[in-house]
Design a protein around this ligand. Structure first.
Ligand code: AMP
Length: 215
């Protein structure tokens, strides 16, 4: 299965993509995680991406598309993948379709998680993430058992530098202007499924699995 998970920042793409990847045996490809790893390691890619990320802007398409197409070559992605955070605009979506079609492949489904702006701002403002395994927590809704430590791997929790109020607003604007038009693109291909991302993590997971297993 080849899937894309769409939705605004804070909709739960990362959490749901990780759960689906484990359940369905798919590679989880998260462009934001790949960029953050590169920034952390101080690689050339990280240097190119850092300032765009800090401002809540998209990293330029040539850099992003090259990174994702390279990641798609890895052995674990050959039998299927779930992408989260990519594509984020029309040029990226077309590049992905073209790269797949050159191999005689295509996306099977594109799932969009819908969450109100008010709820997104609340979620992102209280978000803490594990530096090591990327597991997300929320100060109020889903706090870790030990403050500052990941329940899963014991890693250090931190607030993403782009989870400040001003940058959150910018990222939501970028989503509406650049990424939301992809809904029509995939609707036109008959691949789009829209799912309410507001209920709890488990309820959304169950809904996604039942949709994907049905089709
Ligand atoms: P995310 O973790 O998906 O919220 O991504 C964090 C940041 O990484 C974004 O605000 C962008 O600056 C950058 N980024 C992630 N994915 C993409 C993409 N597909 N295209 C351009 N920039 C991206």
């Amino acid at each position: 299965m080849r899937l894309v998970l769409l939705g605004p920042p804070g909709a739960g793409k990362g959490t749901q993509a990780a759960a689906l990847a484990a359940e369905l045996g798919l590679a989880h490809i998260a462009s934001g995680d790949l960029f953050r790893e590169a920034v952390e390691r101080g690689t050339e890619l990280g240097l190119q991406a850092k300032s765009h990320m800090e401002q809540g802007k998209l990293v330029p398409n040539d850099i992003t598309i090259r990174m994702i197409l390279e990641r798609l070559q890895a052995a674990d992605a050959r039998d299927g993948f779930i992408m989260d955070g990519f594509p984020r605009n029309l040029e990226q979506a077309q590049a992905l379709d073209e790269a797949l079609s050159q191999k005689g492949l295509a996306l099977d489904k594109v799932v969009c998680l819908q969450v109100s702006t008010e709820e997104l701002v609340r979620r992102l403002g209280g978000r803490w993430v594990c530096r090591r395994c990327q597991a997300p927590y929320h100060m109020v809704n889903n706090p870790p058992r030990v403050a500052g430590k990941c329940d899963r791997c014991g890693g250090e929790l931190y607030q993403r530098p782009d989870d400040t109020e001003e940058t959150i607003r910018k990222r939501l604007d970028v989503y509406l202007a650049e990424t939301a038009p992809l809904l029509n693109y995939y609707r036109g291909q008959g691949k789009l499924v829209e799912v309410n991302g507001t209920p709890g993590v488990e309820a959304v997971s169950r809904e996604l699995l039942s949709i994907l297993k049905r089709r």
